[in-house]
Every structure is written in structure tokens, then in C-alpha cells.
Ligand binder design. Sequence first.
Ligand code: ATP
Ligand code: MG
Length: 510
Amino acid sequence: MSNAAHTPTILVIDDDAEVRYSLGRVLSSKSYRVIEAGSGEEGVATVKKGPPPDLIFLDIRMGGMSGLEALQHIRSANPKQMVILMTAFGTAQTAIEAMKFGAFDYIMKPFDPAKVLTLAENALKAHNDLRSAGDYKPTINSEDYKEGIVGSSPVMQDVFKTIGQVTASDVTVMITGESGTGKELIARSIWKHSHRASKPFIAVNCAAIPDNLIESELFGHEKGSFTGATGQRIGKFELCDRGTIFLDEIGDMALNTQTKILRVLQQGEIQRVGGTETIKVDVRIIAATNKDLEEMVKAKTFREDLYYRLNVVRIKMPPLRERPEDIPQIIDFCLQNLVKQKKARVGKVSPEAMSVLSKHRWPGNVRELENVIYRSAVIAQGDAILLKDIPVEIREAVGGPTTAVSGGGTAQPFDASAGGLPANGASAAPFASAAGTAPAIGGGYSVESALDYLHVELSGGSEPILKRLETEMIVRVLKATDGNLVKASERLGMTRATLRKRIDELQLSV
Ligand SMILES: Nc1ncnc2c1ncn2[C@@H]1O[C@H](COP(=O)(O)OP(=O)(O)OP(=O)(O)O)[C@@H](O)[C@H]1O
Ligand SMILES: [Mg+2]
């Protein structure tokens, strides 16, 4: 292992002697040890012979073996090798390929010396981080995660014990806690361990169903009982007979519906909307809310009698910030799941990244943490999540180092501030980087990771992915070409007529 006195070795591979010389001068000014190779073949041989350099600058266009070929040889010999590709021609394709084959970054000639140095520094830091990430070892194997709920903090251990206690009977359970703390997960776990496990579990989100429809949803209705009731409908309670019903967001339930729930609890019976028949149902109720029901009872917006009926056993889900010791385990659990689902191949987290993740306040609790891990994992280039992979808004919220990196002269694929990606009020895109600095390859977000990120973000949207991308790209290209239709249509690869049509459809002013 290296120590503080270690002088990083940087290998420059380029068939142009002048480039090797000038890059060598810039890098030696920071007392890096620079070695050179005049061709792809020679460079690959140097790496294979070892010891491997800490960083490689590699030219893409060379006689003989191309830079991209060399990159593949180098990365297969040493998957963790940090490589920065250089080119005089910035095309989307080479940039995408470069990152796809595992380059750390991609930079355009002619170089700005200051940028070269920042880039080298960042790559060397990532190199070190990746090495130290090897020190973090998950303490738990996947067997222990079979339950699907993790947490070794005393508060969570208490929650688990309570689950064990309420599974033998049909007692009503009320689960409270902030959004994303795992209320539904706990409800399912109670059901899975109960004698009703072979019967249905039905979750009803009371906040998502309009007041005038919720009764029909829960209890069913008879044909013609209200406008639009064209046939008979069997409600959730009937469907769920002998099973478990999860009334989520019960604090949002209208008062008259509350009355009917009370009747189920007291008499075990329901009536379909518009019906006269009384139907016996045997359903266990688990309710959840993130509202303060005690306050609502005082304000008479929640029935007191129902409150006491529901609140026989109360499970209070602690917010994640009150149990930071659970964070590493939850992260580990998420990563194992992502690997299992083949969504990512990252298994570790660097200590620095872990420290930021442990310090964040997580207003969205476990759901937010899960989401951030997913986003970071698809962006990570090595086998570990590094600080730079964590969305900038999290790094800034924690107030730690944000490693604001600017990739030298590279393409700026996405400027989220211009077009408003992503939609749906999703959290800020990581590409809208700090202080308006242009997001660049090497700012932690490569083209490939940008695409991965967009894939994730846009998959959740209502609009088809390509449609959305097309719109965003048209807007950007038009801006970049000052509304020049000839140039814009060329760049976009669509005919002018099509572009004009799209502009009209989108009602853009050019
Ligand atoms: N202790 C935990 N271990 C593993 N995963 C968890 C844990 N707690 C929550 N999760 C995960 O976090 C996400 C949110 O959990 P869940 O939907 O149960 O939260 P919730 O409290 O119902 O949130 P909301 O109030 O927003 O509906 C889910 O993907 C769940 O699997
Ligand atoms: Mg929920």
C-alpha cells in the first residue's frame, strides 16, 4: 500500500511527440512522475508489464491500435485503471464509447493546463478512493436480509419485537411515522408472519381515492346506486375476506367513511353502497398515517371512537435521522438488491461517501436513501460508490466537500436548468451542479451515467422516454444554434419540415 510520500505515476500514451512533451511538462509541474508511450501497443505493454501507473492519459486517434482499443485492453488487464481519453474531435459517439469502456473522463485538445491538472487530481483522488473503499466490508450476509427489513438500532429492534408480538392475534395495529420510514413494509411483514398469510393482503391508499369513490372502493356498490355505477361491484373488504387490509393514510379518510370502518371493527359487517344486505366479513385491519391523529381527534376531524379502536397496538416508525447506525446496513441491503436485479454492479461505498450518507438528515427517510443509492450506483464507474457519485444536493446538504470538478474542455451534455429536466417535481437532477458551473464529464457525471440517470428519471414519467428526450433536445439544439433551423435540423438529424412541425406542436417561439 502507498503512503503519503507516494509520487503518483502518470502514463501518457500518444503518437504525437509534441503532445507527450507538453502534457508531460504540465504534469511534472505538480511533481507527478510522468512516463510516455508512443503508440497504443507500447502503452498496453507498459501497463501489462507493470507496475500499473496511477493514471493514464490516452489519445484516441493513433496510427496502429486506436485509443479505444487500447482502453479495452488496459481495462481488461486492470479493471480499476484510471484512464483519461484525449481527442481533438468531440463527437457524441466517441464520448459515449469512451465512458462506456470505462474511461474516467474524456478531454479535448488543445488542453487548458489548469484543467488538465484538476482533472488529473480528481482522477488520482478517485483512484485512491476506490482503493480505500476496499476497506469497507459489509458485516451482514444476504441470509440475514431475507426478511426484507433491516435495522439493528435499538428502536428498530423494538419494532421487530412488536411485529412478533402482534402476529399471533388479529389485533388492530396502527403504524405511524414520517413518509418513507417503512410503514407499509411493516404492515406486510405483520401479515406475512400471521396465520392470515395464505389469504390476501390488500393495501388501500385512502389519500389517493376521492371521497365520493372510497366507500364504493372499500365496500362495493349495487348496480345503479349512483351515477356511473353501471354494474355491481365487490369492494376491497369483501375481496379481502379472511385476509388483511392495510388502510394507508387513514388520516385522510372522510368522517362518514370513518363511521363505516368503525362498524366493520365493531360488528364485522359491511353494506355495499346502495345495498340493503348486511355482509359478514372477517378482515384484519392495519392502519397507517403520517398525520397526528391525536390532534385530529381534538379538532374533531377524526372520530375518537375509531381512533381508540385502531390504536390498540401502536408502532411508531422512527425517522432515519434518529437511527443513523442503520444507514450502512440499509445501503448494503440496497446494493445487494441492485446487484441481484442486475441493475448495478457496485458492491461497496467509499468511507468518504459513507460519511456523507450517514450525516444527511434524510427527510424522505429510507425511501429517499434507497433512491439516492440507486442513482449513485448507476453512475458509479468502479466497484464502489465514491463521494463524487452521490447527488450534489445531498453533498451540499451535508455541507461536506462537494469535489466540484470541471472536466477539461469536455462536452456539456446536459444543462438541467435550461430545460427543466426532470419533471414530476422529482428531486433536483445531479446535472444541475453547484453554483451554475456547467456539468461536465468528469464532474462525476459521464455521458453514460447521464444517460443512465435520464433512463431512471424518465422511466417514471407519464411521457414516453424518446418523446421527452426529443423535446428536450430540440429545445437545447435550437438554443445552441440561436434558432437557426438549417443548423438545428442538421444537428438533430431531422428534416427541416419535421423540425418545423415539431416546433409548432411544441409551440416554441424561435
Ligand atoms: N427498515 C427497512 N429496511 C429496508 N428497506 C426499507 C426499510 N424501511 C423502508 N424500506 C424501504 O423504503 C421504501 C419506503 O417504505 P414504505 O413504502 O414502507 O414507507 P412508508 O412509511 O409507507 O412511506 P409513505 O408514508 O411515503 O407511504 C420501500 O421501498 C421499503 O422497501
Ligand atoms: Mg406508504
